[in-house]
Design a protein around this ligand. Structure first.
Ligand SMILES: Nc1nc2c(c(CN[C@H]3C=C[C@H](O)[C@@H]3O)cn2[C@@H]2O[C@H](COP(=O)(O)O)[C@@H](O)[C@H]2O)c(=O)[nH]1
Length: 366
């Protein structure tokens, strides 16, 4: 912890003792993710932004989003996403984004981990949604923290192995880590939040940033941070996409009603950097470019990984500013740009269009 950084653990303890759990004791809550992203961008040497490419991409993205009338409504339109707008859907979204990480495989399309559901094989993020929906259809209460808390370690391993049983010989990546995440989160929800994530939402008092802070302060498996050039870099990818999925699913109402939703940044995963690179926004140094094209792994916490993630967040922020500058009345935020880019690259992948592979880091963070 460097001198200029407040001790978040101590601050969290103080806030908890004052009953200000996760809600900033003074002034509006901030996640400090964008500040981290700008710092990474200003100190990156292997990843750079191409300003002409970024401006051109902003124009293209806006045009396509406008033509498609892209909004948070697309979230519910996805075949596998939950349709009911109630507490059970909050619990579903919590377990979804608790486990929303690391689906990439080095196996080919036929051999890679896949979930069979509704007569189709689902891979990647959609394999997770399919597995959870299939579990609910089979009456396994996979979204219930009380159920997780009642399971011993071995029972939980058996349950999740069954929930994530693959249609191929390859199992879901990081299964043991996923079991640990469920057990840890279940314990925290039961001990501190009356066994339901809706208590966290209530304590955030309508602030998306406060809810992100409550999540990362109380659930270590969401605390997506790294050290880079002497500073703590905050990405908070799953905490932010959890808040964004609530906002999109509930269309800004009820459990998705946040007055500061535009403080949420792009979600630093492995897909959006790939898309930004193929759009000519993100440029890699020759050694990094070669490494990624060779499909070689990059360790979690490696400088290259932090530069890829931080510069991607900053790039989407510049795209957002460019769009809002030319279309002041447009309701576009980093979430919708991000969702649009993810859906677009998945559609391109389905059509066999991929310029350069995505980077390969195995971690629970994204
Ligand atoms: N930045 C960003 N990352 C996203 C998503 C989503 C899905 N969001 C849905 C909800 C609304 C949107 O409209 C999407 O339909 C998954 N991921 C991440 O990607 C990786 C999975 O990739 P692949 O293995 O190819 O499926 C993995 O790290 C996963 O966490 C997103 O939206 N943004």
């Amino acid at each position: 912890m460097s001198d200029d950084e407040p001790d978040l653990e101590l601050l969290a303890l103080l806030q908890k003792s004052l009953g200000l759990n996760g809600v900033s004791a003074v002034g509006p809550a901030e996640t400090r993710v964008l500040e981290s992203a700008e710092y990474v961008y200003n100190n990156s040497i292997d990843v750079a932004l191409d300003m002409r490419g970024t401006k051109a991409a902003a124009s293209t993205i806006w045009q396509l989003m406008h033509e498609k009338e892209y909004s948070f409504k697309q979230w519910t339109e996805h075949e596998l996403h939950p349709k009911s707008k109630d507490k059970s859907t909050v619990d579903f979204i919590f377990v979804l984004d608790l486990l929303n990480f690391c689906f990439w495989s080095d196996s080919d399309a036929e051999q890679r981990f896949a979930i069979e559901y509704k007569g189709r094989r689902w891979t990647g993020y959609w394999s997770l949604v399919a597995a959870l929906q299939r579990a609910l259809d089979e009456e396994t209460p996979i979204a219930s923290p009380a159920y997780w808390g009642s399971q011993c370690q071995d029972c939980m391993k058996q349950t999740l192995s069954h929930v994530f049983r693959s249609a191929t010989a390859e199992e879901i990546p990081l299964l043991d880590e996923r079991i640990s995440c469920v057990r840890e989160a279940g314990q925290v929800l039961l001990d501190q939040f009356e066994g339901t994530f809706t208590t966290c939402i209530e304590r955030a008092k309508g602030s998306a940033a406060a809810l992100v802070n409550i999540i990362v302060e109380n659930f270590p498996c969401f605390r997506d941070e790294a050290r880079f050039e002497g500073k703590t870099i905050r990405f908070y990818k799953r905490a932010q996409i959890l808040v964004a999925d609530l906002w999109a699913c509930f269309e800004g109402q009820s459990y998705g009603n946040f007055h500061d939703i535009d403080k949420i940044t792009m979600f630093a995963d492995y897909r959006i950097p790939q898309m930004l690179n193929s759009l000519g926004c993100l440029q890699y140094s020759p050694s990094l470019d070669h490494h990624i094209r060779q499909r070689k792994p990059i360790d979690s916490g490696h400088s290259w990984e932090i530069q890829l993630r931080g510069c991607s967040i900053w790039c989407v922020e510049l795209i957002r500013r460019e769009i809002v500058h030319h279309h002041p009345k447009a309701h576009v935020n980093a979430i919708l740009i991000d969702f649009f880019l993810y859906d677009t690259i998945k559609a391109q992948e389905a059509d066999g269009i991929i310029a350069i592979p995505h980077h390969r880091t195995r971690s629970i963070w994204y």
